[in-house]
Design a protein around this ligand. Structure first.
Ligand SMILES: Nc1ncnc2c1ncn2[C@@H]1O[C@H](COP(=O)(O)OP(=O)(O)OP(=O)(O)O)[C@@H](O)[C@H]1O
Ligand SMILES: [Mg+2]
Length: 364
């Protein structure tokens, strides 16, 4: 087990810079998740740590050892790919044992480890089968098992659950977390699924365009995103991000609807030069109930799309005057329908202000 440290790692392919100046240090035994949209460089970071990709600039340490020039097989890391990459001609048992045989461990010890891992992952009954006789989820477990059996210093997982159906993905995700709690191997996990990132990570690294946007605990990234990219990417359904203006008293959105501000927000907006955007999460928008006080100023919208999610209802509402809209969450038993006139209110404590050009969060 070991810490993993990236210092200014850049990887260029001819003219494409896949990742640029990536710096972070993953402590020993931690579970970190790299998350970001497709093409942002997640796999490149992981492959760089694994030694499958060379480093154009920067330094990579596993433990205290500089490994830039150490080949993949000597790094003592195990990587699990999205497409499993099992050896098709070997049985499950032989797949699990493969890394151990390569290391010339003794036969009894190998058998013991294969038993232990297969019990953990509930694949004992599959040991004699070949990969093509397994379902996708079973193959995925074998691929994980093969990596676990080696007990590497570092575990690298690249979207390992994306081929599984929803139920199996949830189950395997929970198992992975428990497994990590038990064996404590330093783990770097790549996904584009922010729910997976939130539920698994000690720390999340959000990447975009080959660069680190933010590093923090799931709670921090959710509550204090540093920019509109992170704010819009983490959270489901995503944060609403709307063009807005300030007239000295109120925020103006949807062409001419005003939101009266408290003095703290006014102070912050006074300092904003130039145009900005407003961010508000769907769960921080309230729909007016029949018993609500009328003297408060409510925004006027129209229900456009209604999605019952079971525990709550997602309503997509638009401002007819400008065709801009937002998502809000309301009670599961909400009875509205498309075309209904809605009055909504933002929780002022939960507003974000983003610079329209840089996207940086301007309020804290
Ligand atoms: N061998 C290569 N040659 C040229 N460009 C590459 C190569 N490998 C990756 N890239 C580019 O580097 C960028 C990052 O790719 P990477 O595979 O790391 O993204 P990713 O975040 O893993 O995306 P996804 O979620 O789709 O898997 C992309 O723009 C990609 O096209
Ligand atoms: Mg990838």
């Amino acid at each position: 087990m070991a810490q993993v440290s990236l210092e200014g790692i850049t990887r260029q392919f001819d003219r494409v810079t896949a990742i640029e100046d990536i710096t972070f240090k993953i402590p020993d035994r931690a579970f970190w998740v790299l998350v970001g949209p497709s093409g942002c460089g997640k796999s490149t970071v992981l492959r760089t740590i694994a030694g499958l990709e060379s480093i154009t600039r920067g330094e990579l340490y596993i433990g205290n050892k500089l490994v830039n020039d150490i080949p993949a097989r000597q790094r003592d890391v195990a990587m699990v790919f999205q497409n499993y990459a099992l050896y098709p001609h070997l049985t499950v048992a032989d797949n699990l044992a493969f890394g151990l045989k390569m290391r010339r461990e003794n036969t009894q010890e190998i058998a013991r480890k294969v038993q232990e891992v297969s019990r953990t992952l509930d694949i004992e009954h599959l040991l004699k089968r070949k990969p093509k006789q397994l379902s996708g989820g079973q193959q995925q477990r074998v691929a994980l098992g093969r990596a676990i059996a080696r007990q590497p210093q570092v575990f690298l997982l690249d979207e390992p659950l994306s081929n599984l159906d929803a139920q199996l993905r949830d189950d395997t995700r929970a198992e992975l977390k428990q497994l990590h709690q038990r064996v404590g191997i330093t783990t770097v996990y790549v996904t584009h699924d922010q729910v997976e990132a939130m539920s698994l990570a000690d720390q999340i690294v959000v990447l975009a365009d080959g660069r680190v946007q933010q590093i923090g605990s799931p709670q921090t990234i959710y509550a204090n995103p540093v920019n509109s990219m992170v704010a819009g990417f983490i959270g489901n359904p995503p944060m609403n991000i709307l063009p807005a203006a300030y007239d000295g008293e109120s925020l103006i959105i949807f062409k001419n609807q005003g939101i009266k501000l408290d003095s703290a927000l006014k102070q912050q907006l006074k300092l904003v030069n130039g145009s900005f955007k407003l961010g508000i999460r769907p769960e921080h928008i309230t729909l007016k109930s029949s018993s609500a006080q009328d003297h408060e100023d409510w925004l006027l919208l129209e229900a456009d799309l209604i999605e019952p999610l079971g525990r709550e209802t997602l309503v997509k509402a638009i401002a007819p005057e400008c065709n801009l809209g937002l998502n809000l969450l309301t009670d599961a038993d909400w009875q509205g329908k498309k075309g209904d006139r809605l009055e909504v209110k933002f929780d002022l404590e939960q507003l974000f202000i983003f610079d329209a050009n840089s996207g940086l969060t301007l309020n804290t």
